[in-house]
Each structure stands twice: as structure tokens, then as C-alpha cells.
Design a binder for this molecule. Structure first.
Ligand code: SF4
Length: 92
């Protein structure tokens, strides 16, 4: 798949285990509140609910693995073009 993808985290379900930040620290980071957030391309933590960040192609596998392993089932990867979730709990 080479379509542009973006990712967001539902903090309401995050367990704070940090698996995503281990897999893809360029994209995910734990804040001092103990929950994981996505980061912008400029390395800024995005804390608005539902904030998305682009998935860099070289990190696609790491981000997909994060979504698969996420114990909270709360990492959502979707297509930018139509917003359809392609990896995560709501993926068809
Ligand atoms: S893997 Fe999922 S539950 Fe664990 S810290 Fe990341 S978003 Fe939260």
C-alpha cells in the first residue's frame, strides 16, 4: 500500500504500557499523564482529542505493528484520502 496514511490514538482506552512508543518513537510518545499521543512531523506532541499525524512510509510497518499489539486497541490508522480505517479496531 502506498496511499498516504495518518494515525491517531484514543487516549480514553490507552493503558499507558508504552508499546507504541517502543515500536515507533518517532510517531508515538508517552506524556507525563502516562498516556500515549501522536507527534507531528516537527516532533511536537499532539494532545487534542483525535489529533492525527501522517505515517511516514519508512515507519509504516512499525506503526501497523503498534496498532496490532496495542493492548488498549486504541491506535487507529486511516487513509488520508477518505478517512477509512485500514489498521486498528475499526478496520474492516
Ligand atoms: S500501545 Fe496502545 S495502550 Fe499502549 S501506550 Fe500505546 S496507545 Fe496506549
Amino acid at each position: 500500500m502506498n496511499e498516504a496514511l495518518e494515525v491517531w490514538i484514543d487516549q480514553g482506552l490507552c493503558t499507558g504500557d508504552g508499546i507504541c512508543a517502543q515500536y515507533a518513537p518517532e510517531v508515538f510518545e508517552l506524556d507525563i499523564d502516562g498516556l500515549a499521543y501522536v507527534k507531528s512531523a516537527e516532533d511536537e506532541l499532539l494532545q487534542e482529542p483525535g489529533a492525527t499525524t501522517p505515517v511516514p512510509l519508512p515507519l509504516l510497518t512499525d506503526v501497523i505493528d503498534s496498532a496490532k499489539e496495542c493492548p488498549g486497541d486504541c491506535i487507529h490508522v486511516r487513509r488520508v484520502s477518505d478517512g477509512v480505517e485500514v489498521y486498528g479496531p475499526d478496520a474492516g
